[in-house]
Design a binder for this molecule. Structure first.
Ligand code: NAP
Length: 297
């Protein structure tokens, strides 16, 4: 069914590579690192790149992509590029100009996927798709009730193709994943390696996912690393997974996710690690009526 290797179909006829490169660098990291890392990621074989207006790195990511097109490594159509609409541009008349501004910084004519970063109405995004500025539209951080609301909206023109949410063995999103699958919406996992653990976003006392003894033992068994086990887990359960690294060795390592398989028994063992632990809970937005994380899923 896949028309490209390591891709899954979206509900609008396009395809998304199952492994994506995360480009969010914490505040103290120079933005030039994102440019360098994106080039390394394309060289290593990543063809899906995840960015956002709010990461403040669109110029750097755009330059990295242009340079890899210029040196013949890829063509524009080989890259699946995602950007996201930040909350300050949710008013309908600001949506298309926000995407146009991002495209200009990125030096791109279109993005493959434009995602609404936090729960809000989707209408204005449909217009961006009609204008050819994005191939697909999706959502992020929606709970199942918020998805249901969007899907039941009278006059819905395009279903979101994906819901990008935090997802890893400690927050495996089983119910949300089942719900998304039932609606033909792809779940895209962010913080699949346990998040960037930036002080302002993540409780520093929370357990470190990649130190988990079960993942570490399994890594030994498969002669891989805990990170690879965490990434492989997602791909085998039908989740598209993002992995951020600005380190050449780890960027290359993460591509090895296609070189091995977990047994069904080990998949169940990893399922058993779930503890509904959310690293990025955006507590500052808790009083907002659309705050998504008080629902069970
Ligand atoms: P993540 O992918 O969970 O990675 C966390 C850390 O793991 C990275 O800082 C990286 O450090 C390290 N790492 C990477 N590969 C490794 C390996 N093989 N072994 C050991 N450590 C490894 O990070 P994330 O940034 O939270 O999430 C990934 C992406 O999802 C983001 O970059 C962004 O694109 C997206 N995201 C979206 C949202 C949203 O609201 N939609 C929220 C958060 C994130 P090094 O760089 O030092 O390797």
């Amino acid at each position: 069914m896949d028309h490209k290797p390591h891709c899954v179909p979206l509900n609008d006829g396009h395809f998304i590579p199952v492994l994506g490169f995360g480009t969010y660098g914490t505040a103290e990291i120079p933005k030039s690192k994102a440019e360098e890392a994106t080039k390394l990621a394309i060289d290593a074989g990543f063809r899906h790149i995840d960015s956002a207006f709010v990461y403040k790195n669109e110029e750097q990511i755009g330059r990295a992509i242009q340079s890899k097109i210029a040196d013949g490594t890829v063509k524009r159509e080989d890259i699946f590029f995602t950007s996201k609409l930040w909350v300050t541009f949710f008013r309908p008349e600001l949506v298309q100009p926000a995407l146009e501004t991002s495209l200009k910084k990125l030096q791109l004519d279109y993005v493959d996927l434009y995602i609404i970063h936090f729960p809000a109405a989707l209408k204005a995004l449909e217009k961006c798709k009609d204008a050819g500025l994005t191939k697909s539209i999706g959502v992020s951080n929606f709970n199942h009730k918020q998805l249901e609301m969007i899907l039941n909206k009278p006059g819905l023109k395009y279903k979101p193709v994906c819901n990008q949410v935090e997802c890893h063995p400690y927050l495996n999103q089983r119910k949300l994943l089942d719900y998304c699958k039932s609606k033909d919406i792809v779940l895209v996992a962010y913080s699949a390696l346990g998040s960037h653990r930036e002080k302002n976003w993540v409780d520093q006392n929370s357990p470190v996912l990649l130190d988990d003894p079960v993942l570490c033992d399994m890594a030994k068994k498969y002669k891989r690393t805990p990170a690879l086990i965490a990434l492989r887990y997602q791909i085998q359960r039908g989740v598209v997974v993002l992995a951020k690294s600005f380190n050449e060795k780890r960027i290359k390592e993460n591509m090895q996710v296609f070189e091995f398989q977990l047994t069904p028994e080990d998949m169940k063992v990893i399922d058993g690690l779930n503890q509904n632990l959310r690293y990025i809970n955006c507590k500052f937005a808790m009083d907002h009526p659309n705050y998504p994380f008080t629902e069970e899923y």
